[in-house]
Design a binder for this molecule. Structure first.
Ligand SMILES: C[S@@+](CC[C@H](N)C(=O)[O-])C[C@H]1O[C@@H](n2cnc3c(N)ncnc32)[C@H](O)[C@@H]1O
Length: 618
């Protein structure tokens, strides 16, 4: 090995360990540690190959790493190198082909070289590098190239979901005009559990927060007798209270030491909340968050429609707090991780957006789609978020403006999935009753009859699940979502197959109640998820009895059947008869009905009111 080789090797090793940006630039645009690692690996492989091929002109022994300094190549050398990269790629020698591409100075790499380099990395499963090479190809290409855009998107998805797809080899993620979707790679049978997922960020829904307390981290119910019996508790005689407590499952909620707003089941959960988001959001340190916590605790009737379901504004605040703390931890190298004082000794460098952009990447896969003007109708929440985060005491500056708020709002609105720990409030209550039935000899159950209020309301959380959020909707969904204790400490969801799936079939869930008619389903999907459903069921159902679902003919106009009521200028029509089984399609004639049946109505015709519709309604 020449002296140049050894120096280049040392430099590469040092950089691979250190990833110093200044030295990286010397290496022909090799910008990430992953890229360096790949090159290191390739170099080792090539050197190893070279030991058996000493007379090979292309041997890296002769064509050393030192040739990668950014001196321009002559046209003849460039053509020769391009040709060699193409040949190696065609021969399937991916590592060598990438090495050839990489040796060409960045400014001289052609569209073809960026593409070959990207393909090599994709096949070698180094997706971050593949993503960069394909985006450079798009940059060089200038015109809109669909093929390259698809390649870039695939590399980006592979990069993000690589771990999941390795863990769950029976599924694949592909992209079409609806965005990402999950597809079966083998036959999957009804009842089979396909994958589990845990949320990146979650919060309890505002409508269950005050009536069904739960651990803010592991979501397990923290229903105590005092909360269950509510105002009645103080009227229950003390002796009876003690008996109730004796039979009630052991629950000791822990609160944040600085504020009354969050409850946890254990010290470990409390610490996790503090490290992940609460040190930014605790009202004792950031008084601006008091309004947000109060807003959630009250259920805020006025804007209930926006926030009452799976989407609590707390998810949005936590998501931003997590990004901020991620930057803090990455820059300060974890020094603030376990500390519970907010002593950010120095404000982080405001000029360098790198760590902030990197931290934002964790949430970059969640699609965001919706009507931007709607945000103007909920100005109060934008103001609350601005007050919390556009604040001089924040360790980094993360600007919350209308655009950022809108983007994050719809990210959560489009993707939030309801879930909770299978230790529900009803589980606690059932255990209490069963303890009494099994152990009590004093007739407590009889005594309690006047105080018991029936089953409690279960806690519900909304969360952003990285893999589950890639599932598209169908009104005839093939899969369903179920609550699941993914590990003893972590609650999440599992996706279970409902209808048999063949390789290539899409895994879908239902975002809305399947018992609703087509018009209502489509309207809800448009409003909440910003798409017009064209699924198989929507295709073979109608909106109402006044037009034939098959031939679209309008039904005959008739006289007003009730002259006491007026319908304005809209004519009265005679309803067409409905399909007797599903009652969701209407036909002008038996011919149309037969035709529709053959076309596809038979695939979706069933009594939808009997379908379990709540399981995965987002
Ligand atoms: C939870 S995400 C599903 C995954 C999404 N396709 C992606 O790329 O991340 C929900 C969004 O996907 C799109 N989507 C889901 N189901 C769809 C469908 N049946 N038709 C059209 N778009 C759909 C809508 O943009 C919706 O807001």
């Amino acid at each position: 090995m020449s002296g140049d080789d050894i120096n280049a090797d040392r430099m590469l090793e040092a950089m691979a360990n250190n990833n110093q940006p200044s030295t990286i630039n010397q290496l022909n645009g090799c910008t990430s540690k992953e890229e360096l690692d790949l090159i290191m690996h390739i170099r080792r492989t090539i050197l190893h190959l070279d030991e058996d091929t000493t007379n090979d002109r292309s041997s890296p022994k002769k064509d050393t790493i030192s040739t990668t300094t950014a001196t321009s190549l002559s046209t003849a050398t460039l053509d020769f190198k391009i040709e060699r990269a193409k040949q190696k790629f065609a021969a399937g020698s991916l590592e060598e082909a990438f090495y050839e591409c990489w040796k060409i100075p960045q400014e001289q790499r052609t569209l073809e070289i960026w593409k070959i380099g990207g393909e090599c990395c994709k096949k070698l499963r180094v997706f971050a590098v593949a993503q960069r090479w394909f985006s450079e190809a798009i940059h060089v290409c200038r015109s809109n190239n669909t093929d390259l855009n698809v390649k870039l998107e695939q590399a980006r998805i592979a990069r993000f979901f690589n771990t999941y797809l390795t863990q769950y080899p029976m599924i694949d993620i592909r992209v079409d005009e609806r965005g990402k979707g999950i597809y079966a790679k083998r036959v999957i049978s009804p009842g089979e559990d396909i994958f589990t997922d845990i949320p990146l960020v979650h919060a309890q829904t505002v409508d269950t927060l005050s009536i069904s307390p739960a651990c803010a981290i592991c979501t397990t119910s923290l229903l105590t007798p005092a909360v269950y019996f509510e105002t009645t508790w103080s009227r229950i005689p003390e002796k009876l209270q003690r008996q109730i407590e004796e039979y009630w499952p052991h629950i000791t909620p822990i609160s944040c030491p600085y504020c009354p707003f969050e409850l946890y089941c254990s010290e470990a959960c409390r610490q996790q909340a503090w490290d992940n988001y609460h040190k930014i959001l605790c009202p004792s340190f950031n008084p601006e968050t008091t309004e947000l916590y109060q807003f959630c605790a009250n259920g805020q009737i006025i804007v209930r429609e926006t926030w009452n379901s799976i989407f609590s504004p707390m998810i949005l605040a936590k998501l931003i707090a997590m990004i901020i703390l991620n930057v803090v931890n990455s820059v300060q190298n974890g020094t603030t991780q376990n500390s519970i004082d907010l002593n950010y000794s120095h404000k982080l460098q405001q000029t360098d957006d790198g760590p902030l952009e990197q931290a934002k990447e964790i949430f970059s896969e969640f699609i965001s789609s919706g009507d931007a003007t709607y945000i103007r109708t909920i100005p109060r929440m934008l103001k609350i978020m601005k007050n919390i985060f556009n604040h001089s005491s924040m360790p980094i500056h993360y600007e919350i403006n209308e655009q950022e708020f809108t983007y994050r709002f719809y990210q959560i609105a489009c993707n939030a999935q309801s879930f909770s720990s299978p230790t529900y409030a009803t589980t606690i209550y059932t255990r209490f009753l069963s303890n009494i039935r099994q152990r009590d000899r004093t007739g407590l159950y009889q005594l309690l009859q006047t105080y018991l209020k029936g089953e409690p309301i279960d806690q519900v959380f909304g969360g952003l699940f990285p893999l589950q959020s890639s599932l598209n909707h169908s009104c005839d969904n093939s899969c369903e979502i179920m609550d699941c204790q993914v590990t003893p400490e972590v609650a999440g969801i599992k996706v279970r197959c409902k209808h048999q799936l063949k390789p290539g079939d899409e895994l879908t869930i239902n975002y809305v109640d399947l018992a609703l008619g087509r018009r209502a389903r489509r309207a809800m999907l448009k409003r909440a998820y910003n798409f017009w459903c064209e699924c198989q069921r929507c295709t073979f159902e109608g909106d109402d009895a006044y037009s034939c679902t098959e031939c679209k003919t309008l039904s005959p106009i008739i006289d007003n059947p009730n002259p006491n009521l007026t319908n304005g200028n809209i004519p009265y029509r005679k309803p067409f008869p409905a399909c007797s089984r599903c009652r969701n399609a209407w036909y002008c004639s038996p011919t149309c009905q037969k035709q529709a049946w053959k076309q596809g109505h038979k695939l979706i015709c069933r009594d939808w009111t009997k379908e379990r519709s709540s399981s995965s309604a987002n």
